[in-house]
Every structure is written in structure tokens, then in C-alpha cells.
Design a protein around this ligand. Structure first.
Ligand SMILES: NC(=O)C1=CN([C@@H]2O[C@H](COP(=O)(O)OP(=O)(O)OC[C@H]3O[C@@H](n4cnc5c(N)ncnc54)[C@H](OP(=O)(O)O)[C@@H]3O)[C@@H](O)[C@H]2O)C=CC1
Ligand SMILES: CCCCC/C=C\CC(=O)/C=C/C=C/C=C\[C@@H](O)CCCC(=O)O
Length: 329
């Protein structure tokens, strides 16, 4: 029998999550039945969606939702061999049993030298979010100007680099000077720290006096309300996320409509990346190629230890991550 460690949601979040909202438990896993696999998590993802989705999709006592890169340690399923790596959506667990239906094998072209954790970030759901949000929602064209916020994060950093590959001018903002320096290092034309500028309006105007053709919005709130006023005629806004809203116990009133826009994928180009699940292989192939060519740089914020998952999650929500936030078991 294998003992799995799991993190459960002890208490629904009020405002920013607290470590006391989580409980670490142990579960004895049964022996495998025919067709089943035993897997061990190697890398786990912490993502912003977990904050709002926990309130919508979970009840107290449930195992936290989430994805991981896992290794097959025992198999009674001929389609999966011991030692293979997969991406799973099994939540915050060290070990789990699967029937294989919900697993995605890492591409066979994945080089040994490339960290498998990238399957949770640049060459995974966040990367696909950038890829499809830019190509299918922003519909960026060469010569246009693209604005992205949370630009040093898992999604934003890929948005900016893909926009450069697409021949665009790219403006990004992030919440620290180190992140701004990173943005310039990976090719952003303009970048600023939204926490320290005296005026967001002026910073946006200075970065692109003619305004913006595309706005890839990860944040919503006040930033979006200001940026929207600097869009060029026929500009397009990809409403990807509203992380400025997720931790407010009382959702902001007034002009902040991003959260329902994203979730209901309203006409104003709100979207959820799962819309393109049928084109997942296309996106992953393109992202992997650009990473291997060095055209898309990757950065990960790695937290060591399964016991530190709540801290990694809270840290990401507070902006402590540069690049994709992951936990190494
Ligand atoms: N629609 C979809 O299908 C998907 C949407 N998303 C959304 O994309 C966005 C980015 O996700 P992801 O790249 O994984 O996360 P990141 O790696 O960017 O981490 C979150 C970042 O958000 C920024 N942030 C946190 N709170 C605020 C705030 N109050 N105001 C401004 N910025 C804030 C912080 O960076 P900083 O230093 O810049 O403040 C923090 O590092 C999120 O809104 C997420 O919900 C992600 C995946 C799929
Ligand atoms: C209160 C409304 C919330 C508004 C939308 C919030 C967040 C947008 C976002 O971050 C969406 C992420 C989508 C992720 C898609 C696929 C997965 O990897 C997560 C699957 C979650 C699950 O169903 O297990």
C-alpha cells in the first residue's frame, strides 16, 4: 500500500488565502486494479484560477484542484509504461491512481535536457493561453502594438515573446523592478513597474503615444479601465484574467466587468483556454519549437517541498513569482 499526502481546502478563502485555510492529510491508496496506474507527482502547478475556482467548484474538505507532471511508478494499463511522464489534473497530491483517461503523455519529441516542469508553464496551459489568446482573440498583426499586464508571469511573459515573434511592438507591466528588468531582457520594447509609476495613464501614454492595437488583459480592475481608454480604433482586448479581483472578498463594483467577461467568454473577447482543447497539440508543438530555438525564454519560480504548496500558492497571488510558479516535490 502507498501512502499519499494531499492538501485539502479546510476553509473557503476570505480575501487572500491563508496557510490555515489548508490541511495536510495522508491517504492509503489501494492496490491497482487491471487498467489502472499508480503515479507520483514530480512537479505541481499553482495557478491563479485556483482562487476563484475553489469557491465555484469545491466544497470544504475537498482536495485542492490543480495539475501536475507525474511519473508512472506502477502500471496495469498496457497503454502506459513505468517511468513515463504525464501531465495530470489530479490536484494537490504526492501520489494518485488513474485509469489513464485523464492523462496527457509528454510529447515524444520532448528532449531529455528540457525541464519537464515546463509542461505546466510555457509548454503547457499558460503557454497555450498566450498562444491562442494572441492568435485567436487579439488576432495580432505585424507592426501592431501589444500591451500585456502581469507581463513577467507564466502567461504574460509568453504573450510578450510571441508578440515579438509576430513582428509587434510590445509593452508590458509588472510589479517589481526586477521583473521589469527581466521583461527588457526577454525583448519587451517598453516595460514599467505599475506599482511605482506616478500615473498609469501617463506611463501607458509614454510607452506608446499612439496607443495600443491589442491589450492582453490578465489583471482587470483599475489598470484595465485606464488602458481601455488608450486603445487604438479597432483595437482588440483579450480578457484573459482579472487577478486584481480574485482576492477581494467583496468584488469591486462599477466598471470592473472583467470577471464575468472571462468566465462567460462574452462578446468582448473574454476567453478560457480550454476552448481550443482540440488544437492543443498544434499549440504545444509551436511553443516547444520556439523554446528549443531560443526564441521563447522560460523562467520558473520553484518552491521546494510538497509541504510548501500553500505558501507557493499564496506567494504567487501576492506577486512573489517571476515566471511560472511551480512546486518541486
Ligand atoms: N482565461 C484563461 O484561460 C486563463 C487565464 N489565466 C489568467 O491569466 C492571468 C495570469 O495568470 P498566470 O500567468 O498563471 O499568473 P502569473 O504567473 O502572472 O502570477 C500572477 C501574477 O499576477 C500579478 N498580480 C497579482 N495580483 C495582482 C493585482 N492585484 N494587480 C495586478 N497584478 C497582480 C502578480 O505579478 P505582478 O508582479 O505583475 O503584480 C503575480 O505574479 C491570471 O488572471 C489568470 O487567471 C491564466 C490561465 C488561463
Ligand atoms: C469568478 C469567475 C472567475 C473568472 C475566471 C477566472 C480565472 C480565469 C482563469 O485563470 C482560467 C483558467 C483556466 C484554466 C484551464 C484549464 C486547467 O488547467 C484548469 C482546469 C481546472 C479544473 O477544472 O480542474
Amino acid at each position: 500500500m502507498v501512502t499519499a499526502k494531499v492538501w485539502v481546502l479546510k476553509k473557503h478563502f476570505e480575501g487572500f488565502p491563508k496557510t490555515s485555510d489548508f490541511d495536510l492529510k495522508k491517504i492509503e491508496l489501494p492496490n491497482l486494479k487491471d487498467g489502472e496506474l499508480l503515479l507520483e507527482s514530480v512537479f505541481l502547478s499553482v495557478d491563479p484560477y485556483m482562487r476563484p475556482y475553489s469557491r465555484m467548484d469545491m466544497k470544504e474538505g475537498d482536495i485542492m484542484i490543480g495539475t501536475q507532471v507525474a511519473r508512472i511508478v506502477e502500471s496495469k494499463n498496457p497503454a502506459f509504461t513505468v517511468g513515463a511522464f504525464v501531465v495530470a489534473r489530479s490536484g494537490w497530491r504526492t501520489h494518485f491512481i488513474s485509469d489513464g483517461k485523464d492523462l496527457q503523455l509528454l510529447p515524444s519529441s520532448w528532449p531529455e535536457s528540457l525541464p519537464k516542469s515546463l509542461a505546466l508553464g510555457t509548454v503547457g496551459m499558460p503557454g497555450l493561453t498566450a498562444y491562442f489568446g494572441l492568435l485567436e482573440v487579439c488576432k495580432m498583426k505585424p507592426g501592431e502594438t501589444v500591451l500585456v499586464n502581469a507581463a513577467a508571469g507564466a502567461v504574460g511573459s509568453v504573450v510578450g515573446q510571441l508578440a515579438k515573434i509576430g513582428g509587434c511592438k510590445v509593452v508590458g507591466c509588472a510589479g517589481s523592478d526586477d521583473k521589469v528588468a527581466y521583461l527588457k531582457k526577454i525583448g519587451f520594447d517598453e516595460a514599467f513597474n505599475y506599482k511605482t509609476v506616478t500615473s498609469l495613464d501617463e506611463a501607458l501614454r509614454k510607452a506608446s503615444p499612439d496607443g495600443y492595437d491589442c491589450f492582453f488583459d490578465n489583471v482587470g480592475g483599475e489598470f484595465a479601465s485606464i488602458a481601455i481608454n488608450q486603445m487604438k480604433k479597432y483595437g482588440r482586448i483579450a480578457v484573459c484574467g482579472a487577478i486584481s479581483q480574485y482576492n477581494d472578498s467583496v468584488p469591486q463594483k462599477g466598471p470592473y466587468v472583467q470577471v464575468p467577461m472571462i468566465f462567460k467568454e462574452l462578446r468582448m473577447e473574454g476567453f478560457i483556454v480550454t476552448r481550443w482543447n482540440n488544437r492543443r497539440e498544434e499549440g504545444l508543438k509551436a511553443l516547444l519549437k520556439w523554446v528549443l530555438e531560443g526564441k521563447v525564454k522560460c523562467h520558473e519560480q520553484v518552491t521546494e517541498g510538497f509541504e510548501n504548496m500553500p505558501m507557493a500558492f499564496i506567494g504567487m497571488l501576492k506577486g512573489e513569482n517571476l515566471g511560472k510558479a511551480i512546486v518541486k516535490v
